[in-house]
Design a protein around this ligand. Structure first.
Ligand SMILES: Cc1cc2nc3c(=O)[nH]c(=O)nc-3n(C[C@H](O)[C@H](O)[C@H](O)COP(=O)(O)O)c2cc1C
Length: 282
C-alpha cells in the first residue's frame, strides 16, 4: 500500500514538475520570441491560407481595447489587383508587397463605435465635436491589435514589417479600400515567409525610456551616444542601402525623412484635413 502511495506521489510530483517545466519552457520561448523579434522586409513569395490569416486576427483581437469598443478595423488584401494598387501607393515597396504572404490594412475606426453608441439612445461623445480621448485611444487600440498580430505571426513562424504609407496618403487608401467617414487608414502590416535574417536593431538604453517613480530627462551626451551607436549598427547592416536604396548614413537618412519642407507641408496639410474630418475632434 505504502509503495503504491509512494509511486502515486512520485507520479504526481513528477507530473507537476514536468507540467511546471513545460509551462516555464513555454514562457521562456515566448519571451525569447519577443526579445528576438525584428522587422523582416524581404519575403519569399507566398500566399497565406485564409484560415491562418484568420488565426492571426483572432489572436490580435484578444488585445485589450478601450471600453470593449475595439476602435479599429482590419482589412486583408485578398484580391491580387488590389494588392497591385496598394503597391502603387507604397513607393519603393513593390517587392515587399508583392511577395508578402498576407497584407493587412490596420485602421482606427470611430465609425462602428459611434453607430454602436447611437443605438443606446443617449447623446454620445462620438457624435460630438470633442472626443480627443476616444481619438487617441482608437489609435492605441489599433496599435495593440497590430502588436498582438505581429506576435501571433511570429509564433506561427512568419516575419513581418509595418509600412506607414496609409497614414501619409489617407484619402488615397480610404478611396481604394472604400472606407466610410470615421475610418482612418493607419499602417499596413505585411506578414510573410522570411527571405532574410537581419540582425537585431539597436534600442535606446533602458534607463533612457524606463524610469523609477519620476521622469528623468536624458542628457545630451546620452542621446548623442545612442545616435552614434544607431548609426554604426545601421552601417554594419548596410541598412539604408538595403532598404531605401540610398547611399548615405542612417543619421543623414533620419534627417532626410524628418526634414520639414514645402513638400512635407503639402502632404501633411492633406493628412491634417483627413484626420480632422475622420478621427481627431479636439
Ligand atoms: C508606426 C510604424 C511605422 C513604420 N513604418 C515603416 C515603413 O514605412 N517602412 C519600413 O520599412 N519600416 C517601417 N516600420 C518599422 C520600423 O522601421 C522598425 O520597427 C524599426 O526600424 C526598428 O526595427 P526592428 O523592428 O527590426 O526592431 C514602422 C514601424 C512602426 C511602429
Amino acid at each position: 500500500m505504502g509503495g503504491i502511495l509512494f509511486f502515486a506521489e512520485f507520479i504526481l510530483r513528477g507530473g507537476a514538475v514536468i507540467f511546471v517545466g513545460a509551462g516555464l519552457l513555454r514562457r521562456r520561448s515566448l519571451l525569447k520570441l519577443l526579445r528576438e523579434r525584428r522587422s523582416i522586409r524581404v519575403f519569399k513569395r507566398a500566399r497565406m491560407p485564409d484560415d491562418v490569416a484568420r488565426l492571426i486576427v483572432e489572436a490580435g483581437v484578444r488585445a485589450p481595447s478601450y471600453l470593449h469598443l475595439q476602435e479599429y478595423s482590419i482589412i486583408i488584401v485578398a484580391d491580387e489587383n488590389l494588392r497591385g494598387e496598394v503597391a502603387k501607393l507604397c513607393e519603393g515597396q513593390n517587392e515587399l508587397i508583392m511577395n508578402a504572404a498576407a497584407i493587412f490594412l490596420i485602421c482606427a475606426d470611430l465609425n462602428r463605435p459611434a453607430r454602436m453608441l447611437s443605438l443606446l439612445g443617449h447623446l454620445n461623445i462620438l457624435r460630438s465635436n470633442k472626443h480627443p480621448v476616444e481619438s487617441i485611444l482608437a489609435v492605441f487600440d489599433a496599435g495593440l491589435v497590430t502588436a498582438f498580430m505581429i506576435m501571433a505571426a511570429e509564433i506561427m513562424g512568419y516575419g513581418s514589417a509595418i509600412l506607414y504609407h496609409p497614414i501619409v496618403y489617407p484619402s488615397e487608401f480610404a478611396r481604394l479600400f472604400q472606407l466610410p467617414p470615421g475610418v482612418t487608414p493607419l499602417i499596413l502590416l505585411c506578414v510573410g515567409e522570411r527571405g532574410e535574417a537581419p540582425p537585431l536593431r539597436p534600442r535606446l538604453p533602458l534607463d533612457l525610456v524606463f524610469f523609477r517613480n519620476f521622469y528623468r530627462e536624458a542628457g545630451n551626451e546620452d542621446l548623442k551616444k545612442h545616435l552614434k551607436e544607431l548609426d554604426e549598427a545601421m552601417r554594419r547592416e548596410d541598412y539604408v542601402r538595403k532598404y531605401a536604396g540610398l547611399d548615405m548614413d542612417y543619421l543623414e537618412y533620419l534627417k532626410l525623412m524628418t526634414t520639414f519642407n514645402d513638400e512635407t507641408k503639402k502632404t501633411y496639410d492633406a493628412v491634417e484635413r483627413f484626420l480632422k474630418e475622420n478621427l481627431m475632434r479636439f
